[in-house]
Design a protein around this ligand. Sequence first.
Ligand SMILES: C[S@@+](CC[C@H](N)C(=O)[O-])C[C@H]1O[C@@H](n2cnc3c(N)ncnc32)[C@H](O)[C@@H]1O
Ligand code: SF4
Length: 369
Amino acid sequence: MTGLYAHIPFCSVKCFYCDFAAYSGQSKLADRYLAALEAEALLHPAATPATLYVGGGTPSELTAPQISDLFARLRRAYPASRFVESTFEGNPESLDEEKLAVLAKEGVTRLSIGLQTADDALLPAIGRRHTAAEFSDMFKAARRAGIPALSVDLMFGLPGQTVASLRATLEFVLALAPEHVSLYGLQVEDRTLFAKRGVEEDSDLGREMFELSMRALAAAGLEQYEISNYAKPGHRSAHNINYWMRGEYVGLGCSAASFYGGRRRANEERIPKYLEAVEAGKPPLAENEEMKGREAIGEEAFLGLRLTEGFVPSDALKSAFAGEWAVLKARGLVEENGGRWRLTTDGIFLANDAFQEFVPPFDREEAPV
Ligand SMILES: C[S@@+](CC[C@H](N)C(=O)[O-])C[C@H]1O[C@@H](n2cnc3c(N)ncnc32)[C@H](O)[C@@H]1O
Ligand code: SF4
């Protein structure tokens, strides 16, 4: 299966933790940017993607006519595609009833709304521009608009966030009965305001918050199908599962990644550089790398292990990483079950320790492949 991702890099403000290609005050470039997305699509080989994910940034920063224009352009670029799943990301401060009606009309099947925390004292302290009540109003408006499935983005481990605050956020969100929740532990990324302020991750508190969330979400019927993703039956994200299973995808827009023909590509991060390249008829690439050898084999593991059900390892993976697998198994972080490799419960909390065995730099000699 091929997936299609379109990156919309506009945001009302830059959140203090965010290192994505997401810029405030740039919406004036939106019309030009949408034209560039369509032009870029024609620079990729012809494809018939089965899933669409419009992410960001904040796609709901586009106006209602611009959202219609985006979908019209994607339909023109991929005329044979009938998306079985179409996801759009939005934030409470920029969604409204007119935009929600456009999304429903354009066949969006999943709307992912960013909340992070329902703690009104914490929201401005992480750079957010909305209150919990504004989120809840937009969530209910999205239901009334008839969008089939709603997802909520949450975070734990935020500076100043307590276990009680997280518990209240989970109760607040679960009362709205979303079909899907994405819950990320804070990662302090370079280049963010949090990094400049010296914010640190607290792994003990993080684990307590992660365990509490897993229990609360499971009790509400949301199954953890990936380290950071929970869904009611029938509502897992097909687009993202394809990514974790090393399916092919085309990414359009600044910073967007693509994977097809055995090559991983990543586009320019800055909007002006991206626009200049596409408008000159050139692929807007910052990276273009053939996946081969140990790196390509290891990728199968660090992507597949993200899925709680794990994956069936290839023979190449089993032989190239036999030593690493044995060490992780002895540490109790991974297990083999019915021919599948997966993380144990402990491994879910220490996933980054497990993943680093499968990504370069490898600390042993290149194995012949
Ligand atoms: C890039 S945002 C796009 C969606 C939308 N703009 C929003 O703010 O919800 C996707 C999600 O990634 C998560 N995220 C972003 N930066 C993160 C970080 N440094 N650590 C953990 N999660 C992060 C947040 O939950 C965010 O909602
Ligand atoms: S978290 Fe979302 S709203 Fe905040 S800067 Fe990143 S992409 Fe924009």
